[in-house]
Design a protein around this ligand. Structure first.
Ligand SMILES: *Cc1c(COP(=O)(O)O)cnc(C)c1O
Length: 432
């Protein structure tokens, strides 16, 4: 498999180089040079295969030149070491993607990318690389955890002081080893613009090899397709005949785009619903045919506060840039914070299930779509454990949310962060 720039398909490179570079040299996204097709016999066998067997078959064509089957197997068995259960919630299923080490779905993509990058940097005999990343909460934890202990790579994470939840902060600041957290006096946008500035600052880039762990990296994006195949497997094993309808809480549209890639490779799916908070750039596009990036609006489902979703161009590419084709498989919708809170209360009161704000937005999208298109296979993705958004969940539902066993120990660990007031602080830290 080669990867090509979406703006110029003459610019092509290997999986290894696409992972190391992140973006193509013309600053557009890399995209697979062809969409592999699964055999009908693989699709038929899915219910009988282990998650690891499925993942190997699914991922193999995307990495074939640069990872041997046994290396791929080692990496995948590491990053898929937890469950992806479907919980019945009323007439629907919640696909719980929060059983990994940082309690959010980003663990699989970040872990896969970290292991690939660690290996590629080593065999390139590159100097040590520094992964520099800004986070509003979830990305940083998943990236830090994925890269923890990976040889040859230092990770520097910028996060806005006082603006991430307590558990998110512990996940960023207590790991030690090759992970450093910079606590920024400012907003997420401030963190983001400092990172962007560092990447083009020759004083830094001449001395330090900077890499991003951005969600546009193909090694973070593609493995997310596995969730949809695992959900399909579980539905079939429950005896459900309908093909799934997936409602996906979407911010940068990487997760849903990976599901749509799996569908294009042959996975039977009836429909995809992109569920947004009030950051509704894609909803507007679907209504008007005109794509216009917007300023980001802060919401309670803040991992989806994205006004210019980078992966949407990949979705368009999957459908030959034809909105008419896209509409057959894809719907987008948008909900306010008030509607999201009402949904959280409804899910709790009617079904005794605690959803986080992101999952609740997806529930709303699924409910609206299935009112018109009934199905027995409605699945909404629950992308984070409710304890990651504990303030909103506890105040909306008037309950206490317990931390899952696998992260409880973090709360007793001591936070270690370096206060960073401005760009000069970041620069001197990177150059020290
Ligand atoms: C990142 C994130 C999302 C959005 O995923 P995209 O792939 O960016 O669309 C949704 N929910 C949670 C909890 C997240 O952390």
């Amino acid at each position: 498999m080669k990867y090509v720039s979406l703006a110029n398909n003459e610019l092509s490179t290997s999986f290894k180089q696409a992972v190391i570079q992140g973006l193509a040299p013309d600053k557009s996204l890399y995209y697979p040079s062809y969409i592999p097709q699964w055999n009908a016999s693989f699709i038929e066998e899915i219910p009988n295969l282990s998650n690891l067997e499925i993942a190997l078959e699914a991922m193999r064509p995307f990495v074939d030149q640069d990872l041997s089957l046994s290396d791929l197997e080692l990496i995948l068995s590491d990053v898929l070491s937890f469950d992806f259960p479907l919980q019945k919630v009323g007439d629907y299923y919640s696909l719980e993607l929060f059983h990994g080490p940082t309690l959010a779905f980003k663990d699989v993509g970040a872990g896969f990318m970290a292991r690939c990058l660690g290996r590629f940097i080593q065999d390139e005999k590159e100097q040590k690389a520094t992964v520099l990343v800004a986070t509003s909460g979830d990305t940083g934890g998943a990236v830090a955890n994925g890269f923890l202990g990976v040889e040859g790579i230092d990770v520097v994470i910028l996060y806005p002081s006082g603006k991430v939840s307590p558990i998110q902060e512990k996940q960023l600041t207590t790991l030690g080893q090759n992970i450093t957290a910079l606590e920024v006096k400012g907003t997420f946008d401030d963190c983001q613009s400092m990172v962007k500035k560092a990447f083009v600052d020759a004083d830094i880039t001449s001395k330090v090899k900077l890499t991003s762990a951005n969600s546009i990296n193909v090694a973070r994006w593609i493995p997310q397709m596995l969730y949809y195949i695992f959900a399909y497997k579980t539905l079939k094993n429950k005896g459900i005949q309908d093909d799934p309808v997936f409602a996906v809480p979407s911010g940068n549209f990487g997760n849903i785009c990976a599901g749509m890639l799996a569908h294009k490779m042959g996975l039977p799916v009836s429909h995809f619903i992109a569920c947004n908070n009030v950051n509704d750039t894609v909803v507007d596009f679907m209504n008007t045919g005109v794509y216009r990036a917007k300023d980001t609006v802060a919401t309670i489902s803040n991992a989806m506060d994205v006004g210019n979703p980078s992966n949407f161009v990949r979705i368009l590419e999957l459908f030959n840039k034809q909105k008419k084709e896209l509409e057959v498989d894809f719907t987008a919708c948008s909900y306010s914070d008030a509607e999201t809170k009402v949904a959280m209360q409804e899910i709790y009161e009617q079904f005794n299930y605690v959803a986080d704000p992101h999952g609740a937005v997806a529930y709303l999208g699924l409910k609206a779509y299935t009112a018109q298109n009934p199905t027995t296979a409605g699945v909404f993705l629950e992308t984070a454990h409710p304890s990651k958004f504990i303030d909103v969940v506890e105040s909306t539902l008037d309950i206490e949310v317990a931390l899952p066993e696998n992260v409880r120990h973090l709360m007793n660990r001591e936070k270690q962060s370096i206060f960073t007031s401005n760009y000069e602080d970041l620069k001197s830290f990177l150059l020290q």
